[in-house]
Structures are given as structure tokens and as C-alpha cells.
Design a protein around this ligand. Sequence first.
Ligand code: UTP
Length: 297
Amino acid sequence: MRAKVTKAIFPVAGLGTRFLPATKSVPKEIMTLVDRPLVQYAIDEARAAGIKEFIFVTSRGKGALEDYFDNAPQLEQELRRKGKTELLDLLKSTNMDSGEIAYMRQHKPLGLGHAVWCARRLIANEPFAVILPDDVVAAEKPCLAQMVEAFEEKQGNFVACMEVPEDNTGSYGILDVKEDMGTVVSTKGMIEKPAPEDAPSNLAVIGRYILTPKVLQQLNKKKTGAGGEIQLTDAIADAREGGEEVFGYRFSGHRFDCGSKAGFLQATVAFALARDDLRDDLMGYLSDVVHAPKAAQ
Ligand code: UTP
């Protein structure tokens, strides 16, 4: 029988140093694109792909994230009293049902691979998705749903990928391509953050994965890689050596790297321009501000 993907891991235990000082007290995943936190985009994308169990790997200082998914009875009561039904519906749409969300703690930021490994007991022996909420993908059909479709046809491991400038390979996991079939690419390996001269291609992995339990077995070895961290990329590449297929999936859509300041700002502008209630004002402002670039000083 073909396996289905119903569980997703959201590793959110990183330090978020690129957003200090804000991330001293605000988890990066709670930062908002317009009026929705990054984590809400991630949850919506997972749900649209058929995910039923949402597993967060968190760390010290991420309490705001857990609060975000709780009911807010006082606020709801107040909105009801004031007849603000639209806002009430919006608020309710962020609630998670009891039992569909779980939190695991990563006690030390030992790397993305380690964060995923922390959730191993909740995954057991099923394929699972991994979503990094700081990678936001704007797409007509949500990125993970595209990947689930491909997974259901082929099974195996899938990593979302996109072409990056050759100079930037050192910021990503890079695919060693066996056969390029267009949307799907079969691989013969993956390297984490190679220098441009060592990169086997310019196809970079972004924060969406569908993985098999074999990857968790590899993570059990706690092998450290680039940057002295336990890298997810290495465990996926090693699962390949154990006889499993690893496919790159060229998703359709636009990926914003919201873990970086420039990417976060670009996403903010893009998502605001896509909103009817904001578009005209923002367009006007943007065309003015390019002639007065230091308005905020
Ligand atoms: P990043 O490389 O973006 O690191 O992690 P970071 O700590 O979030 O941010 P910077 O680089 O210090 O600004 C990629 C993803 O992996 C998670 C992060 O939370 C993020 O979703 N992660 C990383 C963990 O959960 N645990 C880790 O030990 C490392």
C-alpha cells in the first residue's frame, strides 16, 4: 500500500541571530508578513497538503509561539460583544484543535538535523513532511501540496529545490543531479553549503521536505557536518546510500527567504501588494519613497 503523509515537523528551535535584537524576546516565526505570523503561513500550507498532525520542535524563549495557537476566550468574547464577527472568524481560524499540535523541545541548537531527530518518537514509521516556516513560498497551488502529489506517485524522499546564482551555493544544501526530468530531478547525492567551486550543481534545497523514516535512522547516528551541526542534508544523502531514492522537486511559485532581513522585507512588500486593502496606498508610497529613500531616519 502506498504511504500517505499526514504528519509535519516544524523545526523552530534556531536562535534567529540574523534578527537580533528582535529575536531576543520575539520568536522569528511569530514575526508578521502584513498581519499574519510566518508560522500561520506554514500551518495553512501544511493543512492544504493534507497534514493532520503538526509537530513543533521548539526551544527556550518560544512561549509566544505556543500561545499563538491557543484559544483566546477573552478576546473572542469581546469581539462577540462588539459584533465584530469578521474578526472573530479570523481569530478562530488560527485555533488548533486539541491533540493535533505537539511540541518537542530541542535543548541545544545542534542543527536542523538534530531538531528533526528530536521529533522521532512522534513520527515512528511513517513518511513525514518538514516545513521551515522562515521559507515562505507564494504559489497558486501550495508548495507542499505540489510535493505530496509527486510523492504519492513515486514514493521516496523529496526536497524542494530551486536554481540559485552560482556564487550563493555556500548558503544552501546543493543537489548532485543524476537525471533531470524537469519538475522532478533524481539525485546521486547532496552537499551542505559547498563553496561554488565544489558545488555539483546550482540546484539548492529550500525549506520543504517529504522524508521517510530511513532519514531518522541516519539521524540516530548524530553525525556532525558543515558548521559543526547535525545537518538534515547529510542524513538525507546517507538515506540514498542505504538504497532510497532522493528526488529534488522544482516547485512552482516564489520563495522568500524570511530568515534574512532582505528576504523578509521583500515578502512583506509582495504580500502587502497582493492585498486589495493595501495595494493602492503602498504603491503610492513606494513610488514616492524611491525619491526620498531615507524617510524613516
Ligand atoms: P537557520 O539556519 O535559519 O538558523 O535555521 P536560525 O537559528 O533560525 O537563524 P539565524 O541563522 O541564527 O538567523 C533553519 C531552520 O532550522 C531551525 C530554525 O529554527 C529554522 O527554522 N533550527 C536550526 C532548529 O530548529 N534547530 C537548530 O539547532 C538549528
